[in-house]
Design a protein around this ligand. Structure first.
Ligand code: AHM
Ligand code: MG
Length: 335
């Protein structure tokens, strides 16, 4: 039984044998992530106090307005990951192309690539609603010492060696998996330390919450419309409760604790769905599966999809196993 006062650093050292690669590598990686998380947390928390709100004036590769904190979070994570000399490449929602780290160094032994959404749900910052950072870690597949290639980033989710998120909410938490369950750590801001607060997190097998942007109902495929009607029917344990924050990390986190399903389907507005496979859906799918839940595109397991593009989008159905299976039934009926 884990002690409640275990710190993230201690926990990683204790669990090092569960990580299939060299001990120390995981610590190095997480040292970088947790340090950047603390810096971003500090900035997010003072967002209301200083004049750093609003669009930075740039648009990102998806053509969306970038908030200043998106840029800042992106810079902090990239800078910290580069400094720790463990990562050979970084892919980010805020960068059009992947970044090769130390690619000219013949002695470069860095083996890991990180894909991330440095500040997801960033339209919520202005209104004091939770946002998050999502990360996904792979081993490179091209030879160590050579410049990293696009193929290193285009690996299916089943190849992830670790994934997680940081939620900047009423408290700040870091939740991660290395394929041996999911553990959650809460930041004590007074001393800047993450403590194990949620050991071995599990999604309830079913739940009573559905999270979807119902304003887009008219644009959804019939299977999703029928599933939403099913959630609203008065029968058995239904109608379910509708809860949609508009921050994937926050909606996922709540559903994992309480039981629920999150849906961002394809629609006439977003023909391939809105969320990105590599740094939003795959890491969340890895966490979901490790917590006993399910993540699909309505038909296929998210983690088995072979990526073709860095910023690829995919429909996303994720949450309590029985709820996702029910939604899939409606999708199959209308395929
Ligand atoms: P972002 O990466 O631009 O922040 O977009 C991703 C976010 C998710 O966090 C959230 O679940 C979804 O977009 C909300 O989209 P919508 O406003 O279309 O419902
Ligand atoms: Mg995002």
């Amino acid at each position: 039984m884990q002690q409640r006062n275990t710190t993230l650093g201690e926990f990683i050292i204790e669990k090092q044998t569960e990580f299939q690669y060299t001990s120390g590598e995981l610590s190095k990686l997480f040292n970088a992530i947790r340090l950047a998380a603390k810096v971003v947390n500090h900035e997010v928390n003072k967002a209301g106090l200083v004049d750093i709100l609003g669009a930075a004036g740039d648009t990102n590769v998806q053509g969306e307005d970038q908030q200043k904190l998106d840029v800042l979070a992106n810079d902090k994570f990239i800078q910290t990951l580069k400094n720790r000399e463990i990562v050979c490449g970084i892919g980010s929602e805020e960068e059009d192309d992947f970044i090769a780290v130390n690619s000219s160094d013949e002695q470069d032994q860095n083996k890991y690539i990180v894909l991330m959404d440095p500040l997801d749900g960033s339209s919520n910052i202005d209104v004091n609603v939770s946002v998050g950072t999502i990360f996904s870690i792979y081993r490179r597949i091209t030879p160590i010492g050579s410049p990293v290639q696009l193929e290193d980033f285009l690996q299916p989710g089943i190849k992830q060696v670790a994934a997680g998120y940081i939620i900047y909410g009423t408290s700040t938490m870091l939740v991660y998996t290395t394929g041996h369950g999911v553990n959650g750590f809460t930041l004590n801001p007074a001393i800047g330390t993450f403590y194990l607060s949620h050991p071995n997190m599990k999604f309830p097998e079913t739940g009573k919450i559905y999270s979807v942007n119902e304003g887009n109902y008219i644009h959804f495929p019939k299977g999703v419309k029928d599933y939403i009607k099913y959630c609203q029917e008065e029968e058995d344990d239904r109608p379910y409760t509708s809860r949609y924050i508009g921050s994937l990390v926050a909606d996922f986190h709540r559903n994992m604790i309480k039981g629920g399903i999150y849906l961002y389907p394809e629609s006439s507005l977003w023909p391939s769905g809105k969320l990105r496979l590599l740094y939003e859906c795959n890491p969340m799918a890895f966490l979901a599966e490790q917590a006993g839940a399910k993540a699909t595109d309505g038909f296929r397991r998210i983690m088995e999809i072979e990526p073709t593009e860095l910023h690829q989008r995919v429909p996303f159905f994720c949450g309590s196993k029985k709820m996702v299976e029910k939604a899939e039934e409606f999708m199959a009926r209308n395929a």
